[in-house]
Design a protein around this ligand. Structure first.
Ligand code: IVH
Length: 676
């Protein structure tokens, strides 16, 4: 180990480097070194601080990993009350707010407002003395909160030391601590695996993560904090407007939400609301509305506050994503693989922009976890385009008549025994292809868009075909004739002809689509593509050993087991043989096999409307060229394709300096690779 003088110098240098990299990574979303290099620097600093504990400082990046657990939280007394916000639930209420403001100010003309997304997390106050973070507190009742200093120190977007050589003597800033959507999913995924408490939504997860007496737990949660107001500043002048204050805070190393904007007049506030509302689902974190604030502090002062909310700000709320409704019944549906899924029939409720009347209850474990009974009042959540979920039962409202949910012992469709495989939560029908429900689902899957894409072969039609025993397996589809089809309900001569041509057209497909259409358990479209790229032809895949299958990226032991079993069953081989016999084929890829795939290893994002082809088709072609196609723009994105009316993804791509191309350039790329 080095001597004390060298250690002091090296520790200071490492601290400076680490906090700069931390800032670039977490606040600017723009890292300049790989993660392993960051970890190496951090480990070196930890090593030095262990050898020379006197060098450890409270603003050292090593302090972000959490310390000794506390027995309880101390109280923090806020320097100035932490206020809340009044809400406006429609444009009229927003305009009323504006009138109240202008009347009080006796102001005519267009007033400057700062527009900010209303992050759905936990309000937190941070206190800095001479540029060093000394205290973090929750809002509490607005006057007294809880001291969560150790916990906020673990949040990487919270600067431990302000990025300025001339910090104010005292600074108190406020902002929202939140959990990005991905972090929320990750925490709940891990909780499910460990049979721990599941969080209802990202806000609860953020609050739960922040209120941990053991800051090491908080450190393990990917929390972020963005700041939105100044509580107090001493020893330095306060800027004259809110926006200048935010810019100043940003320059000191705080994260300020990048969608923050100043607009002139209330009409532009309404436009901003719509713009962000539309981008809402594509944002990486949850927002529950927009906050509009009068920009000039002089006006804010003249307006003052009433009760707990300022007169100079308002929250224009988005429609709710969580609602209460009643579980009226539970039905059991049989899926393609025989899984018997309990489906909740709900009293219809308007939530997240649609009327919801069904939700999956997944399996017995989920029912046990929710402790749900028929007749219960439940909280239904529908965020973005995610399928609706029952997240919680309101036990206090449980009626005496509430009935337990009993799982069937026999398949509700074919009466075969329902069995539970060891280690699986799912109950399955043991009937296999005897079960008409399983057959129907297998055929629907086969014909679906990402599989053989048979236009016009919808759910209802498959049900009829199976019920009338016109088909019992996927290959039977190709033996249907015009007489059989035109006699079906809601099927004229023309539609029957169209369906036959769609079936004929579907015969020319791609290898990955064909594989996916077989409906092998755990084999989705992405894995089908990896398998196809790896094995190149069906024979090689069919003949592969388990080990050979596990060599494919994306294929783990479970998936490999399912593929292996699928191709070792005679009836499956027979169906594949028949399908090929009927003429299903895939032209050999036009890509030169010796050349690596042109987009191999790249991550692409498609956004906005496309004219030449649908997004699924563009996605598939990009995948054929070796790219992975992601749903959101991140630092790992290599290229973003923008169609008409592209919104937040384009903005983010520009912010992150990511290559952007238009649709015609994409088509050119496809043409160059013989995909058009
Ligand atoms: S300003 C005096 N700005 O919303 C102003 N609040 O419903 C007080 N929130 O307690 C808050 N994003 O936790 C403000 N951009 C934003 C916000 C925001 C989220 C939260 C905050 C506050 C609550 C009020």
């Amino acid at each position: 180990m080095i001597d004390a003088d060298e250690a002091t110098l090296e520790a200071a240098l490492l601290r400076k480097q680490l906090s700069q990299h931390n800032y670039l990574y977490y606040t600017q979303d723009n890292p300049s070194i790989p993660d392993v290099e960051y970890d190496r620097l951090l480990r070196r600093l930890q090593q030095i601080e262990r050898a020379y504990p006197e060098l450890q400082e409270i603003d050292s990046p090593t302090q972000r990993i959490g310390g000794e657990p506390l027995k309880e939280f101390k109280a923090v007394f806020h320097i100035a009350p932490m206020l809340s916000l009044d809400n406006a639930f429609d444009d009229e209420e927003l305009v009323d707010f504006h009138h109240r403001v202008t009347e009080r100010l006796k102001y005519q003309g267009k007033l400057s407002y700062v527009c900010e997304p209303k992050l759905d997390g936990v309000a937190v106050s941070l206190l800095y003395k001479n540029g060093i973070l000394v205290r973090g507190g929750t809002r509490g009742d607005g006057l007294v909160g809880e001291d969560i200093t150790d916990n906020v120190r673990t949040i990487h977007s919270v600067p431990l030391r302000l990025k300025t050589d001339t910090p104010p003597n005292l600074l108190e800033v406020r902002g929202e601590v939140y959990l990005p959507k991905i972090g929320f999913e990750k925490i709940n995924h891990e909780a499910r695996l460990n049979d721990e408490k599941i969080f209802v939504n990202p806000r609860n997860a953020a609050a739960g993560s922040l209120r941990q007496l053991d800051s090491k737990i908080t450190a393990s949660r990917p929390l972020e904090m963005s700041v939105y107001s100044l509580g107090k500043i001493e020893g330095q002048d306060c800027p004259a407007t809110h926006i200048k204050t935010l810019k100043m805070l940003e320059s000191w190393g705080f994260l300020v939400n990048p969608y923050t904007e100043v607009v002139e007049g209330i009409n532009l506030c309404a436009d901003y609301y719509l713009k962000i509302f539309e981008a809402r689902d594509s944002l990486p974190y949850e927002i529950d509305g927009i906050v509009f604030k009068v920009n000039a502090f002089s006006y804010q002062q003249r307006l003052g506050s009433i009760a707990k909310a300022p007169r100079w700000a308002i929250a224009r709320k988005f429609p709710a994503q969580e609602e209460i409704t009643c579980l009226e019944a539970v039905e059991f549906q049989v899926g393609r693989t025989g899984a018997i899924t309990p489906v909740a029939r709900l009293k219809p409720v308007f939530v997240g922009g649609v009327t919801v009347s069904n939700a999956s209850l997944h399996n017995q474990d989920e029912i046990r976890r929710l402790n749900i009974r028929i007749g219960d009042s439940v909280i239904v959540r529908r965020a973005g385009d995610v399928i609706p979920q029952i997240v919680k039962v309101i036990l206090e409202k449980r009626p005496i008549s509430a009935k337990e949910i009993i799982f069937p012992v026999r398949c509700p469709e074919c009466d075969s025994l329902a069995i539970q495989v060891d280690g699986e939560a799912t109950i399955r029908c043991s009937g296999g292809l005897v079960c008409s429900a399983q057959r129907k689902q297998a055929i629907k899957h086969f014909a679906s868009r990402k599989a053989m894409d048979v236009d016009g072969l919808g759910e209802k039609l498959v049900d009829q075909l199976v019920d009338q025993e016109l088909i019992s397996s996927v290959d039977d589809l190709y033996r249907l004739d015009i007489d059989q089809l035109s006699k079906l309900e809601r099927m004229g001569q023309k539609s029957a002809e169209n369906l036959l041509s769609a079936l004929e057209a579907s015969k020319i497909t791609t290898f990955p689509r064909f594989l996916y259409s077989l409906g092998i358990r755990e084999i989705g479209d992405a894995t089908s593509l990896s398998l196809a790229q790896h094995f190149k032809n069906l024979e090689a895949l069919q003949d592969s050993s388990l080990e050979g299958l596990m060599n494919v990226s994306d294929v783990g032991p479970v998936a490999a087991g399912f593929i292996h079993r699928f191709f070792s069953q005679m009836e499956n081989i027979e169906v594949v043989r028949k399908l090929l016999g009927i003429g299903i084929c895939w032209p050999k890829s036009t890509l030169d096999k010796k050349k690596p795939l042109p987009l191999f290893g790249q991550i692409w994002v498609l956004t906005g409307g496309m004219e030449a082809m649908g997004r699924p088709e563009a996605k598939e072609k990009l995948q054929i060229l070796g790219a992975k196609v992601a749903g959101s723009v991140s630092l790992n994105t290599d290229c973003v394709v923008v169609g008409a009316a592209a919104g937040s993804k384009l903005k983010k791509a520009n912010e992150l300096n990511i290559k952007v191309i238009d649709e015609s350039t994409l088509m050119q790329l496809f043409r160059q690779n013989n995909l058009l």
